[in-house]
Design a protein around this ligand. Structure first.
Ligand code: HEC
Length: 162
C-alpha cells in the first residue's frame, strides 16, 4: 500500500498536465477563431466596396449616354421593323403630336431642358434608344407609340437639321 502513494501522485500530475494541454489547445483555438473572424470581416468588406464602385460607375455611364443594352435593343428594333411600315408613318404629324410639346415643331425650342434636335449629333440608334427608353425628363415612348413610329420620328430628326 505504501508504494501506491507516489503512483497516485504521478497520476494526478499526469492529469494536471493533460488539463493544461486541453486549456492550451482551447486557448490556441480561441485565438485562431478570433483571427479567422477578423479575416472574414476584411474579406467581407472588399466585395462590398467593389459592389458600390460598380454601381456608381454604372450611374456614370448612364449619365454619359445610353448604356450598351439600350443601344443593342435599339439596333434590334431598327433591324426587325419593316422599312415599308416605317415609310408609311406620317413622321411630321407624329413629331407635332408627341414631341413638339418639349422640343417645339422645329425641334429647337429646348423647353424643359430638352436638347436642340436641329443641332443633335446623335446616331439613329442613339435616337431610337432615347425615344424608346426616355432619358432625364424625357418620357419613354415604348408602348405609347408603335416601333415603326419611333423609328420614323427618329429619322425625321434629320429633316429638322436641314
Ligand atoms: C417631356 C418632354 C419631352 C418630350 C415629350 C420629348 N422629349 Fe426628347 N428630350 C427631352 C429632354 C429633356 C431631352 C434631354 C435629355 C437628356 O439628355 O437628359 C431630350 C432629348 C432628346 C433627344 C436627344 C438629343 C441629343 O442630342 O442628345 C432626342 C433624339 C429626342 N429627345 C427626341 C424626341 C422625340 C423624337 C420625341 C417625340 C417622340 C421627344 N423627344 C419627346 C424632352 C422631351
Amino acid at each position: 500500500m505504501q508504494n501506491l502513494e507516489p503512483l497516485l501522485k504521478r497520476n494526478i500530475i499526469m492529469n494536471m498536465k493533460s488539463i493544461h494541454n486541453i486549456i492550451a489547445i482551447l486557448f490556441v483555438g480561441i485565438i485562431f477563431i478570433g483571427c479567422g473572424d477578423q479575416s472574414v470581416k476584411k474579406n467581407g468588406q472588399t466585395p462590398e466596396r467593389k459592389a458600390t464602385r460598380v454601381a456608381s460607375s454604372e450611374v456614370e455611364s448612364q449619365e454619359e449616354g445610353h448604356d450598351k443594352e439600350q443601344i443593342a435593343v435599339a439596333k434590334k428594333l431598327i433591324a426587325s421593323t419593316d422599312t415599308d411600315a416605317v415609310k408609311a408613318v406620317d413622321a411630321k404629324k407624329m413629331f407635332k403630336n408627341y414631341c413638339a410639346i418639349c422640343h417645339g415643331r422645329k425641334g429647337n425650342m429646348k423647353i424643359n431642358g430638352s436638347k436642340d434636335l436641329s443641332k443633335s449629333k446623335t446616331s439613329l440608334e442613339q435616337r431610337v434608344a432615347q425615344i424608346y427608353f426616355g432619358k432625364g425628363t424625357m418620357t419613354p415612348f415604348k408602348g405609347t407609340i408603335k416601333n415603326e413610329e419611333i423609328i420614323a420620328v427618329a429619322k425625321y430628326i434629320d429633316e429638322l437639321k436641314k
